[in-house]
Design a protein around this ligand. Structure first.
Ligand code: SF4
Ligand code: SF4
Length: 192
């Protein structure tokens, strides 16, 4: 009988890397611009995955603080794709709905942002704000959060930083096809 792949296997396939190549030198963490804000630093994320503690790694706040700058992967002397591993962890944590409670708004924002681009081909700011605020409110009702920043809107509108109507690209089918292709790829299935 064929053995089903472990979570580590899944991450290695998604990230196209070998997590056991990591020998914990810490160069990834040393170069990471977000490391000092992370609860689990990049080298520790790698160690957790190596040990099969993917469940713990998926719940780390760090994976949502990572800005995908790729510095860690570039610095790694063993060519481990740490940024890819973190991306895979984000994908799996959304699929399994286990993202850190403190980062739920980040998860909602990511979905609202990607859906917005898929619909319009480019960002419609007010629509994004609306979907994000309502989605975040559903996850954790807070009137303070719902109306936070609302006083900034008139200023941003007058300065042209926010657009009431927003624009859409003409051929939105092309954008949708790009999304569909990404979503049907085994590497990015169900992402976002
Ligand atoms: S730089 Fe590479 S080898 Fe060093 S700790 Fe990070 S992932 Fe491991
Ligand atoms: S890709 Fe993420 S983990 Fe890697 S250096 Fe950048 S912020 Fe840090």
């Amino acid at each position: 009988m064929q053995k089903s792949p472990s979570m580590v296997d899944v991450i290695e396939e998604l990230a196209h890397t070998q997590v056991h190549d990591c020998y914990q030198c810490g160069k990834c963490t040393a170069g990471c611009p977000m490391a000092d804000r992370m609860d689990v630093i990049p080298s520790q994320i790698m160690r957790l995955v190596q040990m099969g503690r993917v469940d713990k790694a998926m719940k780390a706040e760090s994976i949502w603080l990572c800005v995908s700058c790729q510095t860690c992967s570039t610095r790694c002397p063993k060519s481990v794709n740490i940024a890819g591993v973190i991306d895979a962890l984000r994908q799996l944590s959304v699929e399994q709905n286990v993202a850190s409670p403190a980062q739920q708004r980040t998860v909602v924002f990511q979905k609202a942002f990607l859906d917005n681009i898929r619909r319009n081909g480019r960002l419609k700011e007010l629509e994004l704000v609306g979907f994000f605020k309502v989605g975040a409110f559903v996850k954790g009702p807070s009137l303070t959060f719902l109306f936070k920043d609302s006083l900034l809107a008139p200023k941003m509108l007058t300065r042209g930083k926010l657009h009431l109507i927003g624009e859409r690209v003409k051929d939105r089918d092309v954008v949708r096809r790009i999304f569909d292709r990404c979503m049907s790829s085994p590497d990015t299935k169900d992402k976002g």
